[in-house]
Design a protein around this ligand. Sequence first.
Ligand SMILES: [Mn+2]
Length: 422
Amino acid sequence: MPTFLHAADLHIDSPLRGLESRFEGAQSAAFADLVRQATRRALTRLVDLAIERQVAFVVLAGDVVDGDATLHTALFLSQQFSRLRDAGIPVFAVLGNHDCAGLMPAHLAPMDGVHVFARDRAETLDCRGVALHGRSYPVWDLREDIAANYPQAVRGRLNVGVLHTALTGADEHDSYAPTTPQVLAAKGYGYWALGHIHKRADTLVVDGSRIVFPGNLQGRSIRETGPKGCVLVHYEGAAVTSVEFVPCDVVRWHLVEVDAAPTAEQTQALMAQQVLGDTAPDRQAGRACAVRVRVTGTHPDAAAWRGARGEWRENLAFRLHDSPDLVIEKLDLAVQDAQAADTAQLQGARALLQQAVAELALQPEELQTLFEPLQRQLKACGPGEAEWRRQFGDVVPLRGQPVDAPALLQRGLDAISARMGA
Ligand SMILES: [Mn+2]
């Protein structure tokens, strides 16, 4: 069964944000080098994969390079694309907002075996019986729906649309070349190879069209945690049969949340233990990990802990020194002073109760669902469950019991007001 490879948002030679500046002093030089090379190594893995799986062609849906390409970047890309060319695998790319100026400086000769789609119109190309439709960005801040002007599907073939788009919009991504799944599906293509949104989305199937964001190839900051890579698209005749995600990242980002333990020493031990545990599968698979540690919960010494953040960082680095494939991007001591947390929790609980009072037309079962978050908030605050039961046990109804809602709510408000006053 033939296969093609779809990737997007490679951002070759873009730095991994929050890491490069952290390699002074004790951090390993090998890790620093890996971080600097991460986007390149991820592309090398992609090319390895394409050759190993003997794909028919490679589709790149925009933002291959991070900005105006330098000779340095162009040389690397050219080396990798030459490997594909030598294996008989052509590359088809659209230019997106980051690389709208081109994959390489304009005064260099074009790369062999790489086709960049036209900027002025949607272009249709044939590759081994597959009809590929694509258009590059003519300007970086493209706000029009260019997909609307892509041609209708060529009958009797697999049709692949290549497009750099925000689709209907996503947090943290500018709304370039906006369009809708319905506009895409109306073209009658079997597959839409999209790029721009860095978070991999589940395959959307609309009227038989598969619409896929593979996510970016290598996470570049703590906002891009988890596996990153490309997809292999298996097809038969005019139809896609399956889509397979394959990770290509060489540094993987993790957010590790740790609950404050009774003592600083215990909390620090827990931090190291959780970091090692959470990253173990990735590290065993040969991947380096960049970790942000966030300590949450409440502790009477929270302010002192935050004041000693430098020492906490050193303590953690020392505990992890046997794992050169790990780096702590940031230690976020978000642990709260018990008193402050208590007040915030109680204010939240109070707001929920007031909402309930205002909505007394609700059925008891609906009130129950309102009480669940309240119950959690009350439990999360202050002096432990026994004390919570003593103070608030009558406020929160137990599931299945009849609820005298107005009386219950009033008692809840009174109890919380009294506690906040105290
Ligand atoms: Mn983009």
